[in-house]
Design a protein around this ligand. Sequence first.
Ligand SMILES: Nc1nc2c(ncn2[C@@H]2O[C@H](COP(=O)(O)OP(=O)(O)OP(=O)(O)O)[C@@H](O)[C@H]2O)c(=O)[nH]1
Ligand SMILES: [Mg+2]
Length: 309
Amino acid sequence: MAKIALWRGKGYNFCMKIKGMFKSSLKKKIDLVLNASKNKEEIFEELEELLILADISMELVDSILTGVKKKIKLTFEKEDFFRVLKEELNLRFTSVAQDTGRLGDGKNVILLVGINGSGKTTTAAKLAHHFGNKGKKVLLGAADTFRAAGSSQLSLWGQRLGIPVIGGQKGADPGSVVYNSLTSFDTKEYDLLIIDTAGRVQTKDNLMKELEKLTNIVKKFYPSQPAETLLVVDGTMGQNTLDQAKRFSEFSGITGIVLSKIDGTAKGGTVLNILDALKIPVKFAGIGEGEKDLLEFSAEEFVESLFMD
Ligand SMILES: Nc1nc2c(ncn2[C@@H]2O[C@H](COP(=O)(O)OP(=O)(O)OP(=O)(O)O)[C@@H](O)[C@H]2O)c(=O)[nH]1
Ligand SMILES: [Mg+2]
């Protein structure tokens, strides 16, 4: 099978892809404000409104514009303004800069966790496809035994993508599925095991403890794994994500975020709110329902995309 470069490249392609998701160009709107407004104060007032309308939280807008105000002199060129605003956004988001260096040589395990319906199973398939295209021998572990369709949904993906899946019956102990997946992974020539788990609400202690148990089973096989425990967050949900991240981190040590469904966010602001709130690197973004609809995320390029015409 010909290897398709799934990763469409950082830089321009990434920006175009992401930018196309949003209904309106932030840059054009800022341009209008800069062209029409008379003085600095007016500009900032209108900008505040504009950024809030782009779904950026009030707190974040406040903090960004305070930073920009400090750097903008009384007289300024339009281009200075864009530069400073971009700088300010980047400064804020470099703390959540991409960190993709966790998968080492040899065998690696990725555990996917998150609340119900956030996009875990689809992400498991996308990641399997992504790493398969990079030459990894991938095995999928379908540890969602909570829903009747949980395991079969991933099995169907596996069939479509030609990637083997280890699953279990509805109601089976997810720990046993993880164990069986690891046994198969350990004895055969696989490089990467991607484990999908059942959706769980972060406030349910028993379900969160189950995650801790799944992580410990992985550690019994490989003390330094899972290399990545990725929290899959629905990119269209602005609020509540901070609490999700805190609780999931507490029980399963989140190493990164997958921001799914950003094709469904009308404006870029929601993504910025999530980045600002979580302070955990966003590693991938989901931009659709197909296996190819996954991008390696870069906060810097995401900010860049907001400033494209
Ligand atoms: N548009 C869009 N839809 C997505 C994306 N990722 C997932 N979905 C859709 O969101 C729905 C839920 O996705 P799942 O992958 O089943 O979510 P899940 O977290 O596994 O759900 P549970 O196992 O029930 O907790 C499905 O209809 C997916 O096709 C994405 O990036 N974009
Ligand atoms: Mg699922």
